[in-house]
Design a protein around this ligand. Structure first.
Ligand code: GDP
Length: 367
């Protein structure tokens, strides 16, 4: 049962029943004049954000706040995990504010991929997903590629208003903002922590020339990403750090590819054809016959087929099978956070396996 009390930090309705759920505060604290939920309490007193650093509800609260501002919204996505880092529904929350869409980590894509085509692709995907950005840019925050242009575009589109930078965790938002700070302030320490009205979720504010600010908002965790199912060491294996070298496999029907022990692709029907794999160069791809695949996985996940490591197998979810008919040419089969496989010709029946909870989907090919 909810009490009619809200947290002075985040505004959430306070409840005292379930410690694991949002808005919890112990009964004993409800007598106080100002009640604070457990989550805000920890943030306030221990400077500690809980593991699920932002719940979906918190994030929605932030988005709602953005809708009340008069600002430019800069939405950053990870081009390597476009769909996983998308933040669905953003356009419904930001009101009339324009959105500038920035694809980060461009350095990971093969150099042969044409920049203009990638931007066109982002535009058409954005449209399909219901977003009409004012413009679309492609940058690399770590390499500092096209950052200056991005800053110039931000200056142009913000028209003297504040800028809010949004993105889910790990898209490179901090790296991007730190780059911007260097450009704006020449390396001086300009970060000041300020409080968003009505929340204690700290926002980083970078002053701009005209008294306005560029504001970093907390990222939301993308729960459907492979990253959540592997340990830190393995995360290094699956996260590409440099240009991806696509690996091409010519497969016959009823052949299987294993991507370490993290994912699997069964090629079921459609004649001999090629599959182009875009993922971290460090992921071991093993080819086998479909009829042997189940047994091979059973016997070798954790050793030949890793990540995951043997020690982590107990926590690693079972692979779940998803079947797709590839009806159109140039289609990507996307394993959220791990990469994708491009099928160039239409008419292939495949089954894709990912750990339970991880997203798998098909889309028009990026490259
Ligand atoms: P945030 O959670 O969105 O703030 O992301 P971070 O800025 O902490 O970056 C997350 C990870 O992505 C880090 O390992 C960064 O080194 C990496 N990263 C950020 N920008 C880029 C980029 O432009 N290219 C590549 N390859 N990696 C990047």
């Amino acid at each position: 049962k909810k009490h009619d009390i809200s947290c002075i930090g985040c505004g959430i309705s306070i409840q005292s029943e379930n410690q694991e759920e949002l808005g919890f505060a112990p009964l004993s604290s409800l007598e106080k004049e100002e009640v604070i939920c457990q989550r805000c309490f920890r943030l306030k007193h221990y400077n500690e954000v809980q593991d699920v650093s932002l719940t979906d509800q918190d994030f929605l609260n932030i988005l709602n706040q953005l809708g009340k501002t008069d600002s430019l919204i800069v939405k950053i996505i990870d081009i390597f995990d476009f769909n996983g880092s998308w933040l669905p529904g953003l356009h419904r929350f930001v009101g009339k504010n324009p959105i500038l869409l920035i694809g980060n980590k461009a350095d990971l894509l093969p150099k042969s991929a044409k920049r203009n085509r990638l931007i066109q692709w982002m535009k058409s995907q954005a449209k399909e997903l219901g977003l009409q950005p004012i413009d679309v840019l492609l940058v690399s925050a770590t390499r500092g590629i096209h950052i200056r242009e991005a800053l110039e575009q931000i200056e142009e589109y913000r028209k003297g208003k504040d800028v809010y930078v949004v993105g889910c965790t790990n898209v490179g938002k901090s790296t991007f903002i730190n780059r911007i700070i260097k450009e704006v302030a020449g390396g001086q320490d300009v970060i000041t922590t300020s409080h968003f009205p009505g929340t204690t979720l700290d926002m980083i504010e970078i002053p701009l020339d005209d008294g306005k600010a560029l504001i970093d908002t907390p990222g939301i965790i993308n729960h459907h990403q492979m990253a959540h199912y592997v340990d830190k060491k393995d995360l290094k294996v699956i996260t590409p750090k440099k240009e991806i070298k696509p690996k091409v496999f010519q497969l016959n029907e009823e052949q299987t590819l294993f991507f370490g022990g993290l994912a699997r692709l069964d090629y079921l029907k459609g004649g001999r054809r090629s599959f182009v794999c875009y993922m971290s160069n460090e992921i071991f791809i093993h080819r086998t016959k479909l009829e042997n695949a189940d047994e091979l996985y059973e016997n070798h996940v954790g050793d030949m087929l890793q990540p995951p490591r043997k020690d982590d197998l107990a926590h690693f979810p079972k692979l779940i099978r998803h079947e797709f008919m590839i009806k159109e040419g140039k289609t990507d089969i996307v394993f959220s956070g791990l990469g994708w496989i491009t099928v160039n010709e239409p008419g292939a029946k495949i089954a894709a396996y990912v750990p339970k909870g991880v997203n798998v989907m098909i889309r028009r090919s990026l490259i």
